[in-house]
Ligand binder design. Structure first.
Ligand SMILES: O=c1nc2n(C[C@H](O)[C@H](O)[C@H](O)CO)c3cc(O)ccc3cc-2c(=O)[nH]1
Ligand SMILES: C[C@H]1O[C@@H](n2cnc3c(N)ncnc32)[C@H](O)[C@@H]1O
Ligand code: MET
Ligand code: SF4
Length: 425
């Protein structure tokens, strides 16, 4: 990571950080000033924030008899389409029809290609098919609308549903759906084809969306009010849901604090937030933000530890292992994470293609050297798998049960195989 101070806030006042830590230890709710103070920690104060975060993680895992386990999901990344109606300044995933046409590539992956990829992943032990794609490309690109219409699909999300069904039937991998903004109705339609879905909150900072030159300017799906509504709608619909923040896209420490508190409020209201991702922005050469330095490691670790403290011992806190060095992975564990997210032995992280995942043996070694055990889970986190009656649609309860250990809700030692999908009446 780039060394050098960023202007996202002031250096932390040790007295304010101590006071916030005292409140957190006493179980008193933290206000936005308290959370901002924790986010500003460095040096000795940061070590104290990390220690509390790690203790809370250990306490939460002990409560569910999983002390010392750090989880990951063995997955294939399915970039169903890279067309998107948004224009996030940090994103290299997104492309445009002209570029695809010149490269001889299709607007969307065909279902056969999706199934072939998932099947190859299944042979390597993958149990998750991660559908990550651009938001509603048909609203911006006639070529996308035409591609869908020619095959009888009314929208990208309609096509996601069909592709997910094909994966369930022909490979048995479990879809995790990350297609951007969805309405409550769309989530209701997708719930029977995937045990979990997700969408990063990114940030609640409205100015990063409303002001010209800011990273979310021109991206209607990144309006904070819209994204907060998606999180609430997912709660109403009862979908095990992944969300998180993107750290270092120009938000101030206070804005970061507000984002963390917003996720905590919604998680407490509905109980559906299965994991919170704290992801560090990595500048990419081909983007408008190529000149923006990556978030400073100190600031990122403070964000991880603070997220753990605010979300509490029972939340699963995830940071990807491929966006930092091996040493920095150890620092993430010391900052209270318990999950590495999806890791693939087959496909790249198409959002961060320049950052390969560590080999799974290496990740297991790194995790072990911090005194923890790398443990495979499936796409839905254990509490949701164990309470499937409430959280998993009957249409896929059998697919989920086939890959899960009934006692722990973690991944079973099996190879997935396809089985028929029928919509419950
Ligand atoms: O490989 C990636 N996986 C990403 N994932 C997938 C994640 O690694 C796992 O698929 C989930 O933890 C489910 O197992 C996301 C999932 C979401 O719901 C929301 C955002 C992300 C972001 C990424 C990402 O940038 N790269
Ligand atoms: C899938 C998720 O990946 C994240 N994302 C998009 N671009 C980048 C980047 N340059 N660096 C890190 N994360 C990124 C966003 O948070 C998005 O929601
Ligand atoms: C490739 S980005 C991840 C999915 C969606 N386009 C979003 O930004 O939320
Ligand atoms: S981050 Fe997601 S919404 Fe933004 S441009 Fe990239 S694909 Fe589109």
């Amino acid at each position: 990571m780039t060394i050098g101070e960023r202007d996202s806030g002031s250096a932390g006042a040790p007295a304010a950080i101590d006071a916030s830590l005292e409140k957190a230890r006493a179980g008193t709710a933290l206000d936005v000033d308290d959370v901002t103070a924790l986010l500003s920690a460095s040096g000795e104060a940061l070590r104290a924030v990390q220690q509390l975060a790690a203790d809370l993680r250990d306490e939460g895992l002990a409560r569910v008899r999983r002390r010392g386990q750090i989880t990951y999901s063995r997955k294939v990344f399915v970039p169903l389409t890279r067309l998107c109606r948004d224009r996030c300044h940090y994103c290299t995933f997104v492309t445009v029809p002209g570029k695809l046409a010149r490269a001889g590539q299709s607007m969307f992956m065909e279902i056969d290609e999706v199934v072939d990829l998932a099947a190859r992943g299944g042979e390597l032990g993958c149990k998750e098919a991660l559908f990550t794609l651009g938001d509603r490309p048909e609203a911006r690109w006639p070529q996308a609308a035409q591609w869908l219409a020619e095959r009888g699909y009314s929208s990208t999300l309609d096509y996601v549903r069909a592709a997910a069904v094909a994966v369930l039937e022909q490979t048995g991998l479990l879809p995790h759906l990350n297609p951007g903004v969805m309405s409550a109705e769309e989530m209701r339609t997708l719930k029977p084809v995937g045990p979990s879905m997700g969408m990063m909150l990114e940030t609640t900072a409205h100015r990063l969306f409303a002001e010209k030159g800011q990273p979310h300017y021109g991206s209607p799906d990144k309006e904070p009010a819209v994204r907060l509504q998606v999180l609430r709608d997912a709660g109403e619909v009862g979908v095990p849901f992944t969300t998180g923040i993107l750290v270092g896209i120009g938000e101030t420490l206070r804005e970061r604090a507000e984002s963390i508190r917003a996720m905590a409020e919604i998680a407490a209201e509905f109980g559906h937030i299965q994991e919170v991702i704290v992801q560090n922005f990595r500048a990419k050469p081909d983007t408008a933000m190529r000149g923006t330095p990556d978030a400073h490691m100190t600031e990122f670790l403070a964000a991880v530890a603070t997220t753990r403290i605010v979300l509490g011992p029972d939340m699963r806190i995830q940071a990807p292992p491929n966006l930092v060095s091996a040493d920095e992975c150890l620092a993430l564990i010391a900052s209270g994470i318990d999950d590495w997210g999806g890791v693939s032995p087959l496909t790249p992280d198409h959002v961060n293609p320049e950052r390969p995942w560590p080999n799974l043996d290496t990740l297991a070694e790194i995790t072990a050297s911090a005194g923890h055990v790398l443990t495979e889970r499936i796409t839905a986190q254990p509490p949701y798998v164990l309470d499937a009656q409430r959280w998993i649609d009957p249409a896929i309860a059998g697919h989920v049960a086939a890959l899960a250990d009934p006692l722990t809700g973690l991944a079973a030692d099996v190879r997935p195989s396809g089985s028929p999908w029928t919509r419950a009446a």
